[in-house]
Design a protein around this ligand. Structure first.
Ligand SMILES: [Zn+2]
Length: 145
C-alpha cells in the first residue's frame, strides 16, 4: 500500500483514506471522481442542515451572503433567484445550484451544520429553466429620411 493522501476540501487536512476523511470523518470519495481540472460541474439540489435550529438566524445569514455572491457571479443562470430561501427559521434550507457551491456554503456554516448535494438534472428542477431566447432585433424605424 502506498502512503498516498487525499486532500479533504471540507476540513482542509489530508486524509489517508480516499473514501472517508481520516481527519473529519466526512465522505470525500466524490471529491476524487474526476481528475482535477477536468471536472464538469453537476447541477442539483443542495440541502443545508443545522445541528441546532437556534443557530438559524445567523447561520442562514452567513450562507445567504455566499449564495448571493454565487447568484451575482452567475447572471446567466436563467433560474429564479433563491436568496429568499435563506430567510427562514427552519433548520433546513434547500436550494438548486451546482455541486461546486457545496464547499463555499459548508465553509459559511462551519461547525453549525452540514451541506449535502444530490445531482438533479436541470430539466428536473422544480422550476423550469427558461429556454435561452435570442435578443429581439432592434426595431428599425420604417421611414428614415
Ligand atoms: Zn476532512
Amino acid at each position: 500500500m502506498s502512503a498516498e493522501t487525499f486532500f479533504c476540501e471540507y476540513c482542509g487536512y489530508n486524509s489517508t483514506s480516499r473514501e472517508r476523511c481520516t481527519h473529519c470523518g466526512r465522505d470525500i470519495e466524490n471529491l476524487f471522481d474526476q481528475p482535477a481540472g477536468f471536472r464538469v460541474p453537476l447541477a442539483g439540489k443542495l440541502t443545508l442542515r443545522l445541528h441546532d435550529p437556534a443557530d438559524a438566524a445567523l447561520a442562514w445569514k452567513d450562507a445567504a451572503d455566499v449564495w448571493k455572491h454565487e447568484e451575482e457571479t452567475q447572471p446567466d443562470w436563467g433560474i429564479p433567484r433563491q436568496l429568499e430561501h435563506f430567510r427562514t427559521a427552519a433548520p433546513t434550507v434547500e436550494v438548486y445550484g451546482m455541486d461546486y457551491m457545496v464547499s463555499a456554503l459548508q465553509k459559511a456554516l462551519g461547525e453549525r451544520g452540514t451541506v449535502s448535494f444530490e445531482a438533479i438534472a436541470h430539466e428536473d428542477w422544480p422550476f423550469r429553466r427558461p429556454k435561452y431566447q435570442l435578443p429581439r432585433p432592434p426595431t428599425v424605424p420604417r421611414a428614415r429620411r
